[in-house]
Design a protein around this ligand. Structure first.
Ligand SMILES: *Cc1c(COP(=O)(O)O)cnc(C)c1O
Length: 220
C-alpha cells in the first residue's frame, strides 16, 4: 500500500475519537511530501534539528509535534513554529518553553509525559511528580504554555494485557486530573498514546492522539 493509503486506513481505524500524528523521524522530506500532497498535515519528529530542517523545507501550514526528549537548550529552535510538545518531563523544561514562547508571542501546547512502562529506559514523570508540577506556584505563573494533556509510552512487549493495563492507568490518571486539579478552568483534552504496534489498543483505552511511524512509512 502507498503512504496515502496507509494513512487513510489508520485514520479510518482510529476515528472518530483519535487523530493521527504521522511520525516521520529518519524519513526523507520526499516521503513527507507524498503524504502532504495527499492532504495530510500533522507530523511528529523526535529530534529538534531534524524537525527544524524539515520545517524549513516544507509548506508552512503543517502541524509539527515534538515527541522525543527535549533538552532545555534546544527549545529556542522550535519555539517559533512547533504546534505541540509531547515530552514535557520537568518544570524547568516547561519554564524554558514558556520563556521562548513568550519571545515569539505564542502560547505553546504541551503534554506532560508520564512514565507508565515497566522499563528503565523511558523518560517521564510519575503521577506524584505530575501533580506536584501542576499545583506548584511556579507553574501558575506560566502564561505562554498550555497543558493540553498527557503522553505515555507503553512497555515494548508482546503482552497485550500489560500494554492495555499501562494505557488504562494513564487514562485513569487523566480522568482524575480532569475531575480534581483542573476542574473548571484548564481541562485536559489530549491523551497521546499508541504507536504502530499498539495504537488500536490505545484507542480502545481512550487515546486521542496516536503517534504512528513505521506502519505508514515502513521500518526504520
Ligand atoms: C518513533 C516514535 C513513535 C512511532 O514509532 P513507530 O513504532 O514507528 O510507530 C511514537 N512515539 C515516539 C515517542 C517515538 O519516538
Amino acid at each position: 500500500m502507498s503512504i496515502a493509503e496507509n494513512i487513510q486506513k489508520i485514520e479510518a481505524e482510529i476515528a472518530p475519537g483519535a487523530k493521527l500524528i504521522a511520525v516521520t523521524k529518519t524519513k526523507p522530506v520526499e516521503m513527507l511530501m507524498e503524504a502532504y500532497d495527499a492532504g495530510f498535515k500533522r507530523y511528529g519528529e523526535n529530534k529538534v534539528q531534524e524537525m527544524e530542517m524539515k520545517h524549513e523545507q516544507m509548506p508552512k501550514d503543517i502541524e509539527w509535534h515534538l515527541i522525543g526528549h527535549l533538552q532545555t537548550n534546544k527549545v529556542k529552535y522550535i519555539a517559533p513554529f512547533v504546534s505541540t510538545i509531547h515530552s514535557v518531563d520537568s518544570l524547568k523544561l516547561l519554564q524554558e518553553i514558556n520563556k521562548q514562547a513568550a519571545k515569539n508571542n505564542r502560547v505553546i501546547d504541551c503534554l506532560l509525559q508520564l512514565f507508565i512502562a515497566q522499563e528503565e529506559t523511558k523518560f517521564g514523570l510519575s503521577e506524584e511528580e505530575a501533580k506536584e508540577l501542576l499545583t506548584s506556584d511556579a507553574f501558575r505563573e506560566l502564561k505562554n504554555v498550555r497543558i493540553a494533556g498527557l503522553m505515555g509510552m507503553a512497555s515494548n512487549t508482546d503482552d497485550e494485557e500489560q500494554i492495555r493495563r499501562e494505557f488504562r492507568s494513564l487514562k485513569k490518571f487523566f480522568d482524575e486530573l480532569n475531575s480534581t486539579l483542573c476542574a473548571g478552568e484548564a481541562t485536559l483534552t489530549e491523551l497521546s498514546m499508541g504507536m504502530s504496534s499498539d495504537y488500536l489498543i490505545a484507542v480502545e483505552e481512550g487515546s486521542t492522539l496516536v503517534r504512528v511511524g513505521s506502519a505508514i512509512f515502513g521500518s526504520r
